[in-house]
Design a protein around this ligand. Structure first.
Ligand code: PEP
Length: 253
């Protein structure tokens, strides 16, 4: 059974390790994870080790990775380093990495393949920068195809796709998020690409999640009406109590 996947992307928050530990402790103290759900917290990488000691009900995730294991790669945090800290889930190709840090489709693909080889789960972010009309732009399909070059059918189940329309990320909470109907159409489009690449049975096993200004009020509808397999949550995950309430809102979905 595909579990609902909820990932808290803390980005470069909070400022201090002490605060990060407090957030994680608050989450752990209150969190009840439904059996059908998996919760992942992706803090800034310098906080991973400490959070790994705190998180038990939620899993530890990372916001990015480098595809080599060890070597002369100044500043890199490799999949091996992450694995060493107990990370299994890694966000790859987030639009902020693409836009601010120059991440390319080719780099995303190398990361995806390295993570699969290391038995880790890449969560590949794709999404258009602008929306013009109701159709999902072809560029999104191209991002998916580029990210999955060389990924075999038997491995695709270890990949999750995050549809994150860039125009909907970190807007005033809820103000410009895609609606569940739009997310549903994106789901169909991504699914079609996966079916084309891997066939229906394998495509069915891939989780497709939504990200972009999800709130406690909207999460359940993206899953129920948008038929999404989960969500990538940025800003709304920075309030530990609110994040726990979000997970609670999934009961019965
Ligand atoms: C994100 O950046 O992955 C994200 C979904 O952010 P937000 O929820 O703040 O839009």
């Amino acid at each position: 059974m595909k579990k609902i996947l909820i990932i808290a992307n803390w980005k470069a928050h909070p400022a201090t390790l002490a605060e990060a530990c407090t957030w994680a402790e608050r989450i752990e103290a209150q969190l009840a994870v439904p059996r059908s759900t998996e919760v992942v917290i992706a803090p800034p990488s310098p906080f991973l080790s400490a959070l790994g000691d705190i998180l038990k009900k939620a899993h530890l995730g990372a916001q990015d990775v480098f595809w080599e294991d060890v070597g002369p790669y100044t500043g890199a945090v490799s999949w091996r380093h992450l694995a060493e800290l107990g990370v299994r889930t890694v966000i790859v190709g987030h639009s902020e990495r693409r836009r601010i840090f120059g991440e390319t489709d080719e780099g995303v693909n190398r990361k995806v393949r390295a993570l699969i080889a290391a038995d880790m789960m890449p969560v590949v972010c794709v999404g258009e920068t602008e929306r013009d009309g109701s159709e999902i732009p072809r560029s999104v399909e191209e991002q998916v195809r580029a990210a999955l070059v060389g990924v075999r059918r038997e491995d695709i189940v270890s990949v999750a796709l995050a549809y994150e329309p860039v125009w909907a990320i970190s807007t005033t909470l809820g103000a410009r998020a895609a609606d569940p109907e739009m997310a549903f159409r994106a789901r169909l489009s991504l699914k079609k690409t996966l079916v084309d690449l891997y066939g229906g049975a394998a495509a069915d096993r891939v989780r497709i999640i939504y990200g972009g200004s999800v709130t406690g009020d909207s999460l359940a509808s993206f899953i129920k009406e948008g038929r999404m397999d989960g969500a990538l949550v940025g800003r709304a995950s920075l309030d530990p109590d609110g994040f726990v309430r979000m997970i609670r809102s999934l009961k019965g979905t």
